[in-house]
Design a binder for this molecule. Structure first.
Ligand SMILES: Cc1cc2nc3c(=O)[nH]c(=O)nc-3n(C[C@H](O)[C@H](O)[C@H](O)COP(=O)(O)OP(=O)(O)OC[C@H]3O[C@@H](n4cnc5c(N)ncnc54)[C@H](O)[C@@H]3O)c2cc1C
Length: 327
């Protein structure tokens, strides 16, 4: 690993001003929470920062609070704490499930919610120092001619990564917002607007600009009459990223859908909201037929690569199953 300097910061303001200072000095600096993902990239020589800004020393960012009908989750809240928080288990069960399905117990005990949302792709070409892929400044996305078993079927091109976070689809389904601090102050935006498609910029996965960090995730408690579903299909149960994950929140009364949010993980470079399927479901009675149709509509735009066509059927079936479990 290349030598670097670790800086333990005490406040968000200190972190932001250090990021700004190092950028002006043309030094490479990155923030870390648990470090469970970023340090691996360093060991693999995929990233080689001069400075690591350790956010874990900002005690004030590690919290989970319920306030005025919403949950406020500090950037440094650990996945294990989100999984086991009693209020989250009662009111946001799909978030607790998603956090509990991410990675391994050891990683969940160190990994933070901000790190989970900001983690880099787990594409094997991106993670290997032997490939200078498109996302690392190269000319091609090797997936197009290479091994594309675990890559994107929706919303991709020219890069075909899938967004690796389990919590992201659940949070988008729950209508979460994300708070960002930077040199220009603070802003709060809908989480679904945080992620960036490769057609917009294939070198990054989110909208953070130099100097900006995530400070909080805000999740409204679902409306009365809502039910949710989260399920992740993966190759190995021990720990593995999603082949397909589906997060659903349905508000209904007497079996009729008032509103549905259907979000997929593991199929696109961002948590993929199936907006057309959501529109189709509004006002419909949820039964086998409508649930199957919604699954088919959700995958209408799928463009599988040569090795990953199998994801289409898994996603359709999972959406059907999730919808029937959500009324
Ligand atoms: C073997 C392995 C298996 C995994 N499997 C899964 C899985 O199945 N599902 C899943 O969802 N995840 C999985 N992960 C990812 C894991 O969940 C993340 O490693 C963890 O959540 C990252 O949290 P962290 O705090 O350790 O992040 P770090 O390693 O500290 O940071 C990760 C990234 O986020 C950035 N970052 C961290 N905090 C902030 C912040 N406050 N503001 C802005 N940027 C920030 C860092 O700069 C870095 O780019 C896996 C990881 C590993 C190593």
């Amino acid at each position: 690993m290349k030598t670097f300097e670790n800086i333990d910061v005490k406040s968000v303001r200190e972190a932001v001003s250090l990021l700004e200072k190092f950028q002006q000095q043309k030094k490479i600096a990155a923030v870390v929470g648990g470090g469970s993902e970023y340090l691996q990239l360093m060991k693999d020589h995929v990233v080689e920062p001069d400075y690591l800004i350790n956010l874990k020393t900002i005690a004030a960012l590690d919290y989970i609070k319920e306030e005025s009908g919403a949950f406020r989750i500090g950037a440094l809240a650990k996945l294990a704490d989100i999984e086991t928080h009693s209020g989250i288990q009662q009111k946001l069960l799909i978030l607790s499930s998603a956090a509990g399905e991410a990675a391994s117990p050891q990683i969940r005990n160190a990994g933070t919610i901000a790190g989970n949302l900001c983690q880099r792709p787990f594409c094997w070409y991106f993670r290997s120092a032997n490939f200078t892929c498109l996302r690392k400044g190269g000319q091609i996305c090797y997936t197009v001619t290479g091994d594309s078993r675990f890559h994107a079927i929706l919303g991709a091109g020219p890069s075909y990564i899938v967004h690796p976070s389990d919590t992201a689809p659940a949070l988008v389904a729950l209508g979460a917002q994300i708070k960002i601090a930077g040199p220009a102050g603070e802003k709060t935006i809908p989480l679904e607007k945080f992620f960036v498609l490769p057609s917009v910029d294939y070198k990054r996965e989110n909208i953070l600009t130099p100097g900006e960090i995530v400070t909080e995730v805000i999740v409204p408690a679902p409306k009365t009459g809502s039910k949710g579903f989260y399920h992740k299909v993966r190759e190995r149960l021990a720990w593995d990223h999603a082949i397909v994950a589906v997060a659903i929140v349905v508000e209904s009364s007497a079996g009729i859908v008032r509103n549905a949010r259907v979000v997929m993980g593991g199929v696109a470079p961002i948590p993929w909201r199936a907006a057309k399927a959501e529109d189709y479901l509004r006002g419909k009675k949820l039964d086998e037929g409508t649930a199957r149709q919604a699954g088919e509509i959700a995958l209408e735009g799928a463009r599988p690569l040569k090795d990953n066509g199998y994801k289409v059927k898994i996603a359709q079936d999972l959406i059907q199953r999730g919808l029937l479990a959500s009324v």
